[in-house]
Structure formats: structure tokens, C-alpha cells
Design a protein around this ligand. Structure first.
Ligand code: C2G
Length: 131
């Protein structure tokens, strides 16, 4: 079984996220999403609108996802890859090159980001149009 892993916050889940997860899943037979915890988001200087519990429920509901685990720090990737016998690590290409050190442990693939949509845009739209 070819196992794939990807990491992210997936706040305000949108088409770009889905498109990443769909393509990642098609690279193997099993997809794990390491979902950034609220605490790790603070370390990433990335405040998410939706708390971890809600973001986790959404990701678990996506047909392409087989397992969601918490992403708590920058250092856990090698451990995750070993523990889960990962064959392929996938990220959007805004991270191009950042995780090449993982090539010692598994295949590393960066996929083109989906244009025109981002959590930042959605967040600004929400903040600029309070109901
Ligand atoms: N993404 C995409 N297209 C978009 C928006 C996001 O392909 N329009 C991808 C990103 O490249 C990433 C994934 O969707 O691979 C999740 O996006 P974020 O939640 O923004 O992830 P990020 O905060 O970059 O977290 O350790 C890695 C970090 O946790 C990555």
C-alpha cells in the first residue's frame, strides 16, 4: 500500500485545499493529513478562524483523506514518515524546496497551488463584510 502524507492548517476549507488533497490521494492508496493544531498555528504566526476540532471534522469528512493526525511542531515530519511508513510527502509548491531534506526518507512532491483562492482572501472577505 502506497501511503501519502501532507501537512497544513486547512482553515476555511476551500477548493484549493480539496484540489490538493485530491491530487495527493491519487499519488497513492492512503492519505494522512497532519493538521496544524491551534498552538502550532501560533508558532507559524498563522491565526486560523476555525479551531482545530472543527478543521479536523471537515478534513475527516473529505473522501480523499484516510487519517488525520495533529501537526504540533516543525520537527515531527521525519518521525511521522517513519511511524506511518510513508512513501510520499506532498505539499503545495509555495513550499517548493523547503522539505527536500525529507528525500532521504521518502518521495517529496510539490504540487502547483490552486490559483485565485486562499484562506487569506476568505478571511479578508469575512472581515471586510461583517454581517
Ligand atoms: N494550497 C493550495 N492551493 C491554495 C491554497 C492552499 O494548493 N489555493 C495548499 C498549500 O500549498 C498546502 C495545503 O493546501 O499544501 C494547505 O494549505 P495551508 O493550510 O495554507 O498550509 P500551510 O499553512 O502552508 O501549512 O508543515 C507545513 C505547514 O503546516 C503547511
Amino acid at each position: 500500500m502506497k501511503k501519502v502524507i501532507t501537512y497544513g492548517t486547512f482553515d476555511l476549507f476551500h477548493y484549493g485545499h480539496m484540489n490538493l488533497l485530491m491530487r495527493a490521494r491519487k499519488l497513492g492508496d492512503y492519505l494522512i493529513v497532519a493538521l496544524s493544531t491551534d498552538e502550532f498555528n501560533r508558532i507559524k504566526n498563522k491565526e486560523s478562524i476555525m479551531p482545530y476540532a472543527q478543521r479536523k471534522e471537515i478534513i475527516e469528512a473529505i473522501r480523499y483523506v484516510d487519517l488525520v493526525i495533529p501537526e504540533q511542531n516543525w520537527e515531527q515530519k521525519i518521525t511521522d514518515i517513519k511511524r506511518h511508513n510513508i512513501n510520499t510527502f506532498v505539499m503545495g509548491d509555495d513550499w517548493q524546496g523547503t522539505f527536500d531534506f525529507l528525500k532521504d526518507y521518502c518521495e517529496v512532491i510539490y504540487l502547483p497551488r490552486t490559483q485565485i483562492i486562499s484562506s487569506t482572501m476568505l478571511k479578508e472577505a469575512i472581515q471586510n463584510h461583517p454581517q
